[in-house]
Design a protein around this ligand. Structure first.
Ligand code: ZN
Length: 106
């Protein structure tokens, strides 16, 4: 038969509670880290849809590191000289250009 002194029983109970508290503390820290990550991702959300109303999230790598020739002025320019959609992503996860014209020519 299982026999424990009252002291041993209390120690076991305290250890059990300490373990539970550490699990909750870890969960709390994880949920705070997760909320920070979600806030960071949602700040690039151009639609202002509330998280409660959303059905999915578009995750992207930002602007592609590319030099493209403008179809109008024929200059090779980097990504800062073009407009990109905030919610359309190519096969590699980068934002898609709105058109092939640089900002000056648009
Ligand atoms: Zn141009």
């Amino acid at each position: 038969m299982f026999n424990m002194s009252e002291n041993e029983f209390l120690k076991a109970k305290i250890n059990f509670l300490i373990e539970k508290i550490s699990i909750y503390e870890e969960l709390d820290a994880n949920s705070k880290a997760f909320k920070i990550l979600i806030d960071k991702l949602l700040c690039s959300n151009p639609t202002n849809i509330n998280i409660e109303d959303s059905k999915g999230i578009i995750i992207h790598r930002g602007l592609p590191d590319e030099f493209i020739m403008c179809c109008e002025c024929k200059k090779y320019l980097n990504n800062l000289h073009y407009n990109y959609y905030n919610n359309r992503v190519d096969d590699n996860g980068y934002l898609i250009r709105i058109n092939n014209k640089c900002l000056n020519c648009s």
